[in-house]
Design a protein around this ligand. Structure first.
Ligand SMILES: Cc1ncc(COP(=O)(O)OP(=O)(O)O)c(N)n1
Ligand SMILES: Cc1nc(C(=O)O)sc1CCOP(=O)(O)O
Ligand SMILES: [Mg+2]
Length: 218
């Protein structure tokens, strides 16, 4: 396993941003609420921003996350991670992506890999130097409806075979989160159930994050 002091944080609620739910005006304040509620790790995920917007938003988030000593992961973009001095990247199934990221970001970076429903992909990610493996989607997802489905049993299988923290993602909410943890997830990654509106106020994000974090105490 990669030995970073941040490894101790690879457990708990993994909050992922979404530009539709969190426009730039509310992005940092919303993420701050998630952190205050107890989120352990933040991912900046933004598929539609321009280069300038990506850098500006990632810089703002990096500054906020640094204040709270909460790791910031950048989705897809090693270059943006380097540019804003974030803690790591999350990568999909591009060829050798994890290996390239490890080479470019060094041994202290947190590098996550999407493994869908596959132990083989997780083994490959481990070999290439990943810090954690992500499985999903476990439930219907508002944020990525066509992500490949996964079965909760993959988490138990990974527990036996992959010596890395395991993230579960896809449609996770306060009702099904406990079952995901019971199957062996170390982190639950959430967009919609944490950041979707229906919030009476921004403070509700902190309350929801705290409720997710409570699941880890059982
Ligand atoms: C924690 C976490 N797990 C999975 C994903 C999905 O990554 P990917 O398959 O590359 O898809 P996009 O997020 O890029 O659409 C993730 N971002 N984070
Ligand atoms: C970004 C992403 N990746 C997934 C995968 O299965 O790889 S599911 C997903 C969306 C997660 O958002 P929500 O909590 O709103 O379902
Ligand atoms: Mg990706």
């Amino acid at each position: 396993m990669i030995n970073t002091p941040l490894n101790q944080k690879l457990r708990g609620l993994y909050a992922i941003t979404d530009p539709e739910l969190l426009p730039e005006e509310t992005l940092v304040a919303s993420v701050e609420q998630a952190i205050l509620g107890g989120a352990s790790i933040i991912q900046y995920r933004d598929k539609h921003a321009t280069e300038v917007e990506l850098i500006r938003r990632a810089e703002s988030l990096a500054s906020c996350c640094k204040t709270y000593q909460t790791p910031l992961i950048i989705n897809d973009r090693i270059d943006i991670c380097k540019r804003v001095n974030a803690d790591g990247v999350h990568l999909g199934q591009e060829d050798n992506a994890v290996k390239a990221a490890r080479e470019q970001l060094g041994s202290a970076a947190i590098i996550g890999a999407t493994c869908h429903n596959s132990i083989d992909l997780a083994e490959q990610a481990l070999t290439e130097g990943a810090s954690y493996v992500a499985f999903g989607r476990f439930f219907n997802s508002h944020s990525k409806q066509h992500a490949p489905p996964a079965d909760l049993s993959i988490l138990k299988e990974a527990e036996l075979r992959i010596r890395l923290p395991k993230v579960a993602i896809g449609g996770i909410n306060l009702d099904n989160g406990q079952s995901v943890l019971e199957h062996g997830a170390d982190m639950i990654a959430v967009i919609h159930a944490l950041f979707a509106s229906g919030n009476v106020s921004i403070n509700d994000i902190a309350k929801k994050a705290a409720a997710f974090q409570t699941l880890f105490n059982h």
